[in-house]
Design a binder for this molecule. Structure first.
Ligand code: ARG
Ligand code: ZN
Length: 874
């Protein structure tokens, strides 16, 4: 049954205080809860009963105001506990038993290797104790942890440490108290034999905060990067948003079984260890960057999420969209703004646009869901971040900062809505954002269709912009949106022109001008342009839309060469490549124009351009992105086109690529500065293009890189290429890699994923074989993602093998995984949601597998929602 935003009602009861006592044990943990209830003055009175959420709890004791309730006084259901009569204020005492070692869903209290840990967002707390498990019930928590001293010497929970006491029989007790009222989804506890890295941070007001990262002892030497990232993020949030940390302690725990990236529990973040642990020999540059941004993301949640939280789960983007915006800005400022923005845009195009075009399309603020865990999506996170970014762009930095200041001040300690956020922006800026609000409610990616003409006698340049949004499930009719359109104009020398409009009173400087679109059709008339300019549109990707304009190759080459806006330079290169690749897909005999090749040569030779940006310019749109541009996807044609263009550039730019490879051989191979990372990216992109051409010299280069590299980025880049090359060329290196790293699980994940994402023939069969490997396990989400995820999400050509074997493998895994871990099972289904876009044969195969999944009796809500929406049966 779907839950609907329109049905939201404030809670009838509040829980002011929560006093929890855990007797921790892997097999049987007992949870004792003392809850102080009071009627919510803001809610309407019900029938005098109280209903608590609770799942998979074995009730042992239930007392109201100190009196044990008789079975006639309450009713216990599979997912709820109903107490028939309650007063306006009362204390409830419960005791339940739970089984962490049987918890394979990794939601609630579960065992990960030797430790016990929790994941409560969104609705996991109800698997720990009976409660009002909803984000608008904020309580003060006190947590007492009791456990065996030897097995669980470290016992952590939210807030400040109150006491540690030895108990008889080798046990001990630790008490934590969190002074900040919070919803139960931010509750966390940890028990284990952990080692700790400690550091300190002095806040802007002079308070000293203890920073602690807890890991299993053998990982102690791989926490340095995470700690540095945390300190950077803390300083940045003070400077950029005026946000100071509030507790005396900030703790992070790395666990190896985790459904998502990490969790912002108050004062006690729990992380997927992939986003904590790194050393140059075991982690790639991408891993290092991922750690920095996820550490920052979770830290930023302390204000955007914890101090100010969501009223209900439809408001998830209130915290996630804003926090992603904040972590993107952080990464832009500690690294390169252009490169970060390109990564944001690429992610949106590869993941959010397809979601918006498929059966699971939903607004940034969804209006219904069956399973909330299915809505932790690129739409809620990344499109949500774009909505914040557009508002920041409309206001400009000073006003936007005043608006966020007002938001923090007004709503501190509250559970609020995305509307409350927009209202702060409106009030501070004095603007009316009524039309802008549609972005939160309307699903689908808008198109901007643009035409231009130039009047050489009147020196007028006219842009006609038509906006429209295709229908999405449940939303057949779309309304026009309000969006910032950042425009620049380049003259034939590549110089910026002023964007002068009719009615301007002031002189316009040359450069970007942010125009605002609101209508279905807008005409922009720029004055004073003798010659026809080349338009540089949506600079900085000023709105999350698809822009269509009949650029000539010459326009795109011009933008690639001269645009100051990194995003538009990259976008021009993408458009050139996309155009060529789609033509090659249709017709492999298409000629690749020399001027396009020359443009890429110039980019390679340009000493003024950041190597990281050059690498971006040389990176083709992904095969799945190209597939999205076709009415009927031609899986093999796209793959062949990719190879063809790579080998053409590899041949015709051979010398320049060789030079780029040589010049960017890193003098400091274990450094992870943005500069060093950019150089390695360029070097490895050059190597990939060179390897697309058969030749012993490059092959040896690649092999040497694999054998001698002392950082994981270079090792893995070479290994991927050797494996893709096929046969024995890859088998021996794979074997060596496995032997070298068999004791480091996060590196073994890479070993699985290199094989699963390889385009060589027979990959699906190989993945089936690897599922039987002793190191493979369906119980570890990172492992599942590294093998099954890599095949299904990152390997179009093999996953969509014409015989349907990829689809069959996916549905087999989903059916086996669903009873163990529904969240991960549902996520795996994503790549077949767009089945309608394929040829008849593949459509039939994908539908058959989806139907097979749906036919199974005992599906989770997670998988049921995704599969039924995909087949349009709900
Ligand atoms: N709030 C976490 C983050 O974005 C994500 C946790 C979501 N977990 C889940 N099971 N849905 O930082
Ligand atoms: Zn988040």
């Amino acid at each position: 049954h779907p839950v609907r935003l329109a049905d939201y009602r404030p809670p009838e009861f509040l829980i002011e205080r929560v006093d929890l006592t855990f007797e921790l044990d892997e097999q049987v943990t007992t949870v004792h809860a003392l809850l102080e209830f009071s009627r919510n003055p803001a809610a309407t009175r019900g029938d005098g009963s109280l209903t608590l959420d609770g799942e998979q709890l074995e009730l042992i004791e239930l007392k109201l105001a100190g009196q044990t309730l008789t079975p006639a006084e309450y009713q216990l259901e599979a997912e709820a506990l109903r107490i028939h009569r309650v007063p306006d204020r009362f204390q409830l005492e419960t005791q339940v038993r739970i089984h962490p070692n049987r918890n394979t869903a990794l939601e609630g209290l579960y065992q990960s290797g030797p430790m016990l840990c929790t994941q409560c967002e969104a609705e996991g707390f109800r698997k720990i104790t009976f409660f009002l498990d909803r984000p608008d019930v904020l309580s003060r928590f006190r947590t007492t942890l009791i456990a065996d001293q030897d097995r669980f010497p470290v016992l952590l929970a939210n807030g400040n440490l109150v006491s540690e006491t030895r108990l008889p029989a080798g046990r001990h007790q630790v008490i934590w108290d969190d002074p900040f009222p919070k919803p139960c989804y931010l509750f966390a506890l940890i028990g284990g034999d952990l080692s700790v890295v400690e550091d300190q941070f002095r806040t802007c007001s002079g308070r000293d905060i203890g920073l602690r990262i807890f890991v299993e002892p053998h990982n102690l030497d791989r926490c340095g990067h995470a700690m540095q990232a945390l300190k950077k993020a803390m300083r940045w949030d003070e400077e950029r948003f005026g946000r100071e940390y509030d507790l005396d302690l900030y703790m992070i725990v790395a666990v190896s079984h985790f459904n998502m990236g990490a969790m912002e529990n108050k004062g006690l973040n729990v992380f997927n260890d992939k986003f904590v642990l790194a050393s140059p020999d075991t982690a790639t540059d991408e891993d290092f960057q991922g750690i920095e941004s996820v550490i920052a993301h979770e830290y930023f949640h302390n204000w955007t999420g914890n101090r100010i939280t969501c009223r209900d789960w439809f408001q998830l983007s209130l915290k996630e969209g804003f926090t992603v915006y904040r972590d993107q800005e952080f990464s832009a400022e500690v690294g390169s703004r252009d490169v970060q923005r390109i990564a944001d845009a690429r992610f949106l195009r590869n993941h959010q646009f397809p979601e918006d075009a498929g059966p699971m399309a939903h607004p940034v603020r969804p209006d219904s869901y069956i399973e909330i865990n299915n809505f932790y999506t690129p739409t809620v996170y990344n499109k949500g971040a774009e909505l914040v970014r557009m508002q920041a762009c409309l206001l400009g930095p000073e006003l936007f900062r005043r608006a966020t200041d007002r938001y923090f001040e007004r709503h501190d300690g509250q559970a609020v809505t995305t509307d409350d956020f927009v209202r702060c922006i409106e009030e501070v800026s004095g603007r009316d954002l009524a039309q802008f609000r549609r972005w939160y409610a309307q699903a689908g990616t808008p198109y901007l269709d643009i035409e231009a003409d130039h009047d050489a006698t009147r020196h007028l340049y006219r842009l006609r912009i038509r906006q429209w949004t295709p229908p999405t499930p449940g939303q057949p009719v779309k309304e026009p949106l309000h969006l910032p359109f950042a425009l620049g104009l380049l003259d034939d020398q590549g110089r910026e022109c002023p964007v002068r409009l009719e009615g301007d009173v002031q002189d316009q400087p040359a450069g970007t001008r942010v125009l605002e679109l609101r209508e279905l059709e807008t005409e922009i008339c720029v004055l004073g342009l003798r010659t026809r300019p080349v338009p540089s549109m949506l600079r900085g990707f000023s709105a999350p839309v698809k822009l269509r304009y009949a650029f000539t190759n010459a326009d795109l080459i011009h933008l690639m060469r001269y645009d100051r806006d990194g995003f538009c330079r990259w976008d021009a290169a993408q458009r050139l490549q996309e155009r060529l690749l789609l033509r090659l897909t249709q017709d492999p005999t298409t000629l690749i124009p020399d001027d396009v090749v020359a443009a890429f040569r110039d980019a390679l030779r340009d000493p003024a351009t950041d190597p990281a940006l050059i690498a971006e310019l040389l990176t083709f749109p992904s095969e799945s992105y190209l597939a999205d541009q076709l009415d009927v996807v031609d899986v093999d044609g796209i793959h062949r086109a990719h190879r063809q263009l790579a080998s053409h550039l590899g041949t015709h730019l051979n010398d320049d690529l060789m030079a780029a490879y040589a010049h960017n051989q890193d003098p400091a191979p274990t450094e992870v500065t943005p500069r060093a990372i950019g150089r390695r990216r360029l070097k490895n992109r050059a190597l990939a293009l060179l390897m697309a051409v058969d030749g012993a010299k490059v092959f040896n280069l690649c092999q040497t890189q694999f054998e001698t590299a002392d950082n994981m980025t270079d090792t893995l880049a070479a290994l991927r290429l050797l494996v893709d090359h096929g046969g024995a060329a890859g088998d021996a290196p794979l074997q060596r890699f496995y032997e070298r790293w068999s004791q480091v699980p996060l590196v073994i994940d890479k070993w699985f994923s290199v094989q699963a994402s390889s385009c060589r023939e027979g990959t699906v069969e190989r993945v089936r074989g690897l599922m039987a490997h002793p190191d493979f396990s369906l119980r570890n989400p990172n492992r599942v993602r590294s093998l099954i995820g890599a095949l299904c999400h990152a390997n179009s050509v093999q996953f969509h093998a014409a015989d349907g074997s990829g689809y069959r493998l996916l549905s087999d895994v989903v059916l086996e995984l669903d009873p163990l871990n529904p969240q991960i099972a549902a996520r795996l289904l994503k790549p077949i949601l767009s089945w309608r876009r394929y040829d008849a044969g593949r459509q039939a195969q994908m539908r058959r597998e989806l139907a097979r999944v749906l036919e199974t009796g005992e599906l989770s809500a997670d998988v049921y929602e995704v599969a039924s929406k995909a087949l349009d049966t709900v």
